[in-house]
Design a protein around this ligand. Structure first.
Ligand SMILES: *Cc1c(COP(=O)(O)O)cnc(C)c1O
Length: 372
């Protein structure tokens, strides 16, 4: 058996993640590995934390990258703030809200679901009513539902949640670095994300930030956190003042995240949000010109991920295969209830470029002229 040299194809990644990684980030990953307690590394860690505070728009001290993908961020957020028997209200309008319910149930929490059809979003009034019926310790929702392409407005949400004495926990995996995520202004208590979506870093880390209200809840826990690995109090002893060993930091991934965040900082968050919005609008216009129908109404349509209905008589998987094989472009199909019915097109981070939109639209037009 001969194992040939690694030579993956060069793809244009326009799916729900990972997005394309800028060469600068790839170069950062190829620099020498140093010890995870080396003073030089501790300095890099502090820089990563202050850059994360910048992208989350927060002053939260407890802000760090969890070792693991976005789902590890979800798991960390739930396992640290829910104890067995604790009531949690989870807003479900797509696949990732569903995943939160599954995780919370496995932790032994009492899960109350607030449901909306896929593609829709929740109002603070609905959450208020649901909390009157079922008081909860934590209210969890997905900011950017990658399965549906809906952007959950968060203005006014924390006020309602706090009125009932609960914490607001938000999944920002597909929003952070692509659309406004204003943790302090919106008074979000716990937010987590992933590196491979709008931050354009490879998959492998899950930034998380925890506000003072939630830190207090963490201190008041009755039982130890079930997950030793994701116990934020232990992880924070490494990322905080003490810098004591907990688990070995994934050094090369921290290099990558630092470089990806440096790029975000250089561009500036406002300019980056505007770029994502502009390119998404160009895509939406072009798709509609091709006669395609978008799944989510404009007021809460997500710029980082667009969902499109597959027209009658068109083979969904065939179109994606042609895009990949003939044009090296990756997009995705639907998840769960929307499997086979929609395409999901991501314009995240480094992938959100005007020329990519034009290329995708051109390729789609050609394929749809002969769609089988
Ligand atoms: C991708 C995604 C996740 C899970 O992240 P992984 O990196 O795949 O573990 C969680 N929530 C949302 C909204 C996502 O888009």
């Amino acid at each position: 058996m001969v194992y040939t040299e690694l030579d993956p194809p060069t793809r244009l990644l326009l799916g729900p993640g990972p997005s394309n990684v800028p060469p600068r980030v790839l170069r950062a990953m190829a620099t020498p590995v140093i010890g995870h307690l080396d003073p030089a590394f501790l300095q890099l860690m502090s820089e990563v934390q202050s850059l994360l505070r910048y992208v989350f728009r927060t002053r939260n001290w407890l802000t760090l990258p969890i070792s693991g993908t976005g789902s590890a961020g979800m798991q960390a957020a739930l396992v640290n703030f829910l104890e067995p028997g604790d009531p949690v209200l989870i807003c479900v309008n797509g696949y990732f809200g569903e995943r939160m319910c599954e995780m919370a149930a496995r932790l032994g929490a009492t899960v109350h679901r607030l449901e909306r059809p896929w593609g829709e979003v929740f109002t603070p009034e609905e959450v208020d009513k649901a909390l009157q019926r079922h008081p909860a310790k934590v209210v969890a929702m997905v900011h950017a539902e990658t399965s549906t392409g809906a952007l959950q407005p968060l203005e006014g949400m924390a006020q309602v949640v706090h009125k009932h004495g609960a914490l607001l926990l938000v999944d920002c995996v597909t929003s952070l670095g692509g659309v406004p995520v204003l943790v302090d202004d919106w008074e979000v208590d716990i937010a987590y994300s992933g590196t491979q979506k709008a931050l354009s870093c490879p998959p492998g880390l899950a930034p998380i930030t925890v506000g003072p209200r939630a830190e207090e809840v963490l201190k008041q826990r009755e039982h130890k956190v079930q997950s030793w690995y994701l116990d934020l109090t232990l992880v924070q002893q490494y990322w905080g003042m003490e810098r004591t060993y907990h688990h070995t930091a994934p050094v090369s991934m921290i290099y990558a995240l630092r470089e990806a965040l440096r790029i975000v900082h250089e561009e500036g968050l406002e300019r980056r949000w505007a770029r994502h919005q502009r390119n998404a609008e160009l895509l939406w216009e072009g798709l509609q010109e091709l006669g395609l129908e978008l799944c989510v109404p404009e007021p809460y349509r997500l710029p980082t991920l667009t969902t499109v209905k597959v027209p009658e008589g068109v083979n969904e998987a065939y179109v994606r295969r042609r895009l990949l094989e003939d044009y090296n472009i990756e997009i995705a199909g639907g998840l769960g209830a929307w499997k086979g019915k929609i395409w999901r097109i991501g314009l995240m981070g480094f992938s959100s470029r005007r020329e990519n939109v034009v290329l995708l639209l051109t390729a789609l037009r050609r394929i749809l002229q002969n769609p089988s």
